[in-house]
Ligand binder design. Sequence first.
Ligand SMILES: Nc1ncnc2c1ncn2[C@@H]1O[C@H](COP(=O)(O)OP(=O)(O)OP(=O)(O)O)[C@@H](O)[C@H]1O
Ligand SMILES: [Mg+2]
Length: 340
Amino acid sequence: MTAPLPLLNVRDLEVRFRSGGIGLPGITLPGLGVRYVNAVNQVSLSVAPGETLGIVGESGCGKSTLGRAILQLVDSQAGEVRFDGDLISTRDKASIAKLRGRAAMIFQDPYASLNPKLDVGEAVAEVLRVHRKVAPDAIPARVAELLRLVGLSPDLARRKPHQLSGGQCQRIGIARALAIEPSLIIADECVAALDVSIQAQILNLLMELQRRMNLSLIFISHDLGVVRHLCRRVAVMYLGRIVELGPADEVFAAPKHPYTRALLAAVPDIDPDRVLAPAQLRGEPPSPLDLPAGCPFHPRCPHAQDICAQGATPQLRSVGDAQVACHFDLLSMTKQGEEP
Ligand SMILES: Nc1ncnc2c1ncn2[C@@H]1O[C@H](COP(=O)(O)OP(=O)(O)OP(=O)(O)O)[C@@H](O)[C@H]1O
Ligand SMILES: [Mg+2]
């Protein structure tokens, strides 16, 4: 039996931001201090229909940029994004419109993602109008239906965002995402700004909707415990690269990249059955403007050897059901391909 086609397929995606230097928009004057942040570096991943993929990693590792680049909210410089088999390209506006009609993002700050001047009913109606999801005269009923779907009373439709709690605002953000009847939602730290009790409510709501509607979900979070609970697969990012990708159970129970291992060690209770002893993460990540040669993790890696600094950047390779970008087999501490 052949595997189902992925809904989303990302290949070798690269996003660079210009930093500093002198230039005019669109014109770069060479040699005048222009530097680039490689926010997303050769990222490949796929998401099946109805699947939940977690993306974790320290602040600044490129999680949000990856999510935004998938939805073409920032430009990418290389690589490709395919959605439902179609190549999405900035040169082909129709492909972007099609993508935005089926994929939505939920952002971290529930207030900032809403227009303060619009009442929240209007904010949801706007999405229905832009995407022509229902006939104009059916919009009020659909808005009420969407508000009920996210556990809000339709009476709240006439309130402005500042008259709602953070949790209520985030539910409006989810209602706006659901308004397009999406196949894919990218939730970027969507509960980080909320109280813990409200976080659980929002996460439960998201998971219930995900199951009920067979949504694919990319769940970006700092919270490894939540990702473990919610996501079938997980991608670990470090300085713009995916360094480990695999089934969440496997990655959390037996991390194969030293970075994943260190990240998990920072949350000691995440899995009492973990097979590896904790390792501490030393220091801060290097500046993304000045990436180290070789493996980008080597300056902080407790297992680094000469090859890690002097060799090529390790690419993802399959180990069991997971993929890992390390020269060594951490579980046996042998170099890739060597006998233990
Ligand atoms: N518009 C931009 N212009 C320049 N640099 C940017 C821009 N957006 C992001 N960056 C840089 O790209 C890198 C990745 O940022 P990104 O916001 O994607 O990280 P993140 O993993 O989402 O972090 P956090 O966990 O703090 O949200 C960082 O070095 C950041 O400073
Ligand atoms: Mg972010």
